[in-house]
Design a protein around this ligand. Structure first.
Ligand code: ASP
Length: 300
């Protein structure tokens, strides 16, 4: 029996200023549409997650791939990971440069042998597997460069991205991609590349992608905390809220997470000012997109 597919994407838990709402909206919609195209043609959740995140990684509105925030040395170093809920297979890269689509490198690693490849090792893997490479500077957007040069204290820094998808075969996959935190020291790696923290997927329960302060997400193992909260049939909204409440109770910091459970129900929660989210299923003619708390939480 085929399952009703569903996809949820996020563009990060942050403050989104008025002038960035339209771009966040458009980017989330485009990412959800790209993933949905894959799912409604019977493609796998892994393909859908990769397709959605590649859209984000090409859009300088978001802190992933091109347009990522810059580290203390004025360079972009990116992290990405993907996890398959059928096999618990996973793949990740961290602190890599010159890789145009880090999520594609993570997926190829997952297919070959689950592991986390950092820096030159991740770059070498991508090169040897024919993935698109670029000059280091090609991942830097003009806006990020200007901010870095001026050391501007801007409220609406670009946002980490993620995606969870359920395909027609009932497989759940989660993926996340980020440029990390502005001004971070070279080689700093947050939660995004770490299974259990930045993402988790298990077909028995659900799939989760997180965003926010990596140093706070890691100690509460945010994605796995959210997935574990689905046990007993809890709704993904409740599970997501439980995970964020855990973070608030136990550590300081801002974060958000999106979830799909094994029944295809969706949910999310965040304690940041805003979080850009879109989802798509067979009942909709186009993705539903949200950027702020004032909008109703939609439950599929
Ligand atoms: N989670 C990312 C990191 O800590 C950053 C973010 O989501 O804003 O690297």
């Amino acid at each position: 029996m085929s399952v009703r597919p569903v996809i949820v994407v996020h563009g990060g838990a942050k403050t989104i200023s008025e002038d960035k709402i339209a771009a966040n909206h458009a980017g989330c919609r485009a990412a959800a549409e790209a993933g949905w195209q894959v799912l409604c043609q019977g493609g796998s959740a892994a393909e859908a997650v990769e397709a959605a995140i590649r859209v984000f990684e090409s859009d300088q509105t978001f802190n992933a791939g091109f347009g990522s925030t810059m580290n203390s040395e004025g360079e972009v170093e990116v992290d990405a990971a993907i996890m398959d809920g059928a096999t618990l297979g996973w793949g990740a890269v961290a602190a890599v440069q010159r890789v145009r689509h880090p999520i594609s490198a993570a997926r190829r690693i997952m297919e070959e042998k689950p592991r986390l490849l950092v820096a030159r090792s991740g770059e070498r893997f991508a090169l040897e597997h024919g993935l698109e490479m670029c000059a280091k500077a090609d991942l830097i957007s003009e806006e990020q460069y200007q901010e870095w040069k001026e050391e501007a204290e801007v409220a609406d820094r670009p946002n980490t991205v993620g995606c969870v998808a359920l395909d027609v075969n009932g497989n759940l996959v989660a993926g996340s991609s980020t440029g990390g935190v502005t001004g971070q020291p070279q080689g700093r790696v947050g939660d995004t590349a770490i299974v259990g923290c930045g993402l988790y997927a298990d077909n028995r329960l659900g799939a989760c992608s997180t965003t926010g302060d990596g140093e706070s997400i890691i100690p509460v193992v945010l994605a796995k905390t959210a997935i574990d909260a689905l046990v007993g049939g809890n709704h993904p909204d409740q599970a997501a809220q439980y995970a964020i409440d855990t973070l608030i109770d136990r550590v300081e910091g801002e974060a958000g997470c999106i979830l799909i459970d094994h029944q295809g129900r969706i949910g999310w929660a965040y304690n940041s000012q805003d979080m850009a989210i879109a989802y798509m299923n067979e009942d909709l003619s186009e993705p539903a997109v949200f950027t702020g708390k004032e909008q109703p939480l939609a439950i599929a």
